[in-house]
Each structure stands twice: as structure tokens, then as C-alpha cells.
Design a protein around this ligand. Structure first.
Ligand code: CU
Length: 112
């Protein structure tokens, strides 16, 4: 009897931990990578990242200045417009050269 209650509690704790973990993973799962021409220092990166973080559905953007690549993470189950990401980089004053998302790979501005 006591043992049964104990395993029930362990099971509940395990399920709770799993739920917490999957929520966190969803928040930071890399979704898209964008190659940005001319992003050569931290100031450039800050502008690009700031603009991308305003795009609907974006949880986080991280820039790698050496590789000139920005990685975008999405909020849980969000759908992000590849066009909106592309335009966010352009609005910061830089030229995206390649955008890779689960919807496809773009070398010119996506139509949606
Ligand atoms: Cu710069």
C-alpha cells in the first residue's frame, strides 16, 4: 500500500519534470539560421538581433559575428514568416544572403 503511493508520487514527479524540460527545450530550439552580409562586429549583431527579436513568434536570436550567422529560436509551436525574418535583417541595414528554415532554404527574399 505505502509502496504503491510512493511509486505514484515518483511517477507524478517524473511527468512534471518531463513537462518542464520539454517546455524549456521548445523555447530555445534553433529554428532558422540566417547568413548576414556585412555583420562584422558586435554593434552590427546587436542591431540585427534586436530587429529579429521583434518578429512575431521569435523567442531569441543569437549572432555569431565571426561566421556572420544569426540563429533564431522560436516560441513553442510558433509559425514564423521567413519573409518577416528576412525583412527584419534588411531593416537593420544588412543584407541576408541565405535563410534556412524548416519551410525551405532561401537565397532571395521569401514571398511569405
Ligand atoms: Cu559592425
Amino acid at each position: 500500500m505505502i509502496h504503491k503511493v510512493y511509486s505514484g508520487l515518483m511517477m507524478a514527479a517524473f511527468v512534471a519534470m518531463t513537462l518542464v524540460r520539454s517546455t524549456q527545450a521548445g523555447d530555445t530550439t534553433p529554428y532558422a539560421t540566417i547568413s548576414v552580409d556585412g555583420m562584422h562586429c558586435g554593434m552590427c549583431a546587436k542591431k540585427v538581433v534586436g530587429n529579429l527579436q521583434k518578429v512575431s513568434g521569435v523567442a531569441k536570436a543569437d549572432a555569431n559575428v565571426e561566421q556572420k550567422v544569426v540563429t533564431v529560436a522560436i516560441k513553442n509551436k510558433s509559425a514564423i514568416s521567413p519573409k518577416a525574418m528576412w525583412e527584419a535583417v534588411e531593416a537593420a541595414g544588412y543584407k541576408p544572403t541565405k535563410l534556412v528554415t524548416p519551410q525551405g532554404e532561401y537565397k532571395v527574399k521569401p514571398k511569405s
